[in-house]
Design a binder for this molecule. Structure first.
Ligand code: HEC
Ligand code: HEC
Length: 295
């Protein structure tokens, strides 16, 4: 016992010396909070060492007492002592607490990280929507530009002029080759917004060139007679009809929102779907930004 106490004292001194060595300045400085922390550290060292010593000592020297049970296993027996009161209370208390926790405590106070995240996301979205309820055109264009730079510029280029072979030039509504490609091949990418799609071969022969020039040229000059077929769906002014055909004259909200939802695959490549990644305001902002480029 004596040697253990001496060992304990040596250990305490060593630990305090180590602490002093590592963070001793705290004693000297005039910040009393540091000094208190240091005293706390010393107290913890002393209590830990001597409590451990007490139990080690008890394990070495204690003998059990009481009445042995009749059975024994290879000479190892069991005492017939009563359960300690403190232990019994804790045991019963735990059972009561379990019933409380399973029936009332958990269901009522349940915390979930995912739930918290969802709540915060909803809050944030509500705040965002309120803040941008009626944005001006300038605000939309500025917001659209910043979203564009992050989400779209890797393919369409920072100035939206497209990257050769990678994505469409968005400063113009449509290039002539694209219009020709669509007239010859049809298209049905925007299934959600225009379920019917556009059949191939809506025009033939020289008409194709003439119509393509007119559409890609921005509907300027006299309308070619052959455009009449197209007008049935896209309208005489090319501005489209809901559920029938998109605006092929300028980037209106409906077209941009449809492209962002379904993506698009055609002669240039594949425009990926951004479904669920941008909110409504951001999609309208992108459309406003694209329109502003054409002006
Ligand atoms: C992975 C590359 C890529 C990214 C990123 C991308 N696009 Fe595209 N985008 C394309 C390609 C390729 C096309 C041409 C599709 C085709 O051939 O019709 C296209 C076409 C478009 C069109 C024209 C569609 C039409 O009907 O004429 C719009 C509008 C458009 N993108 C908007 C966007 C916006 C807005 C973003 C950012 C939110 C974006 N794109 C991000 C590749 C991309
Ligand atoms: C039956 C109705 C219908 C007719 C007729 C029609 N279109 Fe379309 N057009 C559509 C639909 C629907 C789309 C959308 C295609 C998609 O979902 O990818 C479309 C898409 C287009 C596009 C591509 C728009 C874009 O943003 O990429 C062009 C260009 C176009 N049409 C031009 C024409 C021309 C030119 C004609 C006449 C020769 C014509 N269309 C006749 C229904 C029609």
């Amino acid at each position: 016992m004596k040697s253990m106490v001496i060992g304990g004292i040596i250990l305490v001194i060593a630990l305090i010396a180590g602490t002093y060595f590592a963070a001793g300045d705290a004693f000297i400085g005039d910040d009393y909070i540091n000094s208190l922390t240091m005293l706390g550290a010393i107290a913890i060292i002393v209590i830990t060492v001597f409590t451990t010593l007490k139990y080690v000592n008890q394990m070495k020297n204690d003998t059990a007492s009481g009445e042995l049970k009749d059975e024994n296993w290879d000479g190892i027996g069991e005492y017939q002592n009563n359960v300690p009161t403190g232990w019994a209370i804790a045991f019963i208390g735990t059972i009561i607490w379990m019933f409380w926790y399973m029936t009332i405590g958990y269901p009522i106070n349940s915390f979930s990280q995912i739930g918290q995240w969802n709540e915060e996301a909803l809050d944030y979205n509500a705040k965002f929507e309120k803040k941008w309820e009626n944005p001006s055109t300038e605000t939309l264009e500025a917001m659209g530009q910043s979203t564009f730079l992050v989400q779209c510029s890797p393919c369409h280029g920072v100035d939206a002029e497209g990257i050769e072979g990678k994505a469409q030039d968005l400063t113009k509504r449509m290039a002539k080759e694209q219009v020709i490609h669509i007239i010859n091949n049809g298209s049905n990418s925007l299934k959600t917004a225009y379920p019917g799609g556009m059949p191939a071969g809506m025009a033939f022969g020289p008409d194709v060139e003439i119509i393509a020039d007119y559409v890609a040229g921005g509907f300027k000059g006299e309308q070619p007679a052959a455009y009449a077929t197209c007008a049935g769906c896209h309208g005489a002014d090319g501005k489209g009809m809901p559920y029938v055909a998109p605006n092929i004259r300028e980037y209106d909200d409906a077209l941009v929102i449809a492209v962002l939802k379904d993506g698009k695959k055609s002669n240039i490549g594949t425009m990926p779907s951004f479904d669920g990644r941008l909110n409504e305001t951001q999609q309208k902002a992108l459309a406003a930004y694209l329109r502003s480029l054409g002006e």
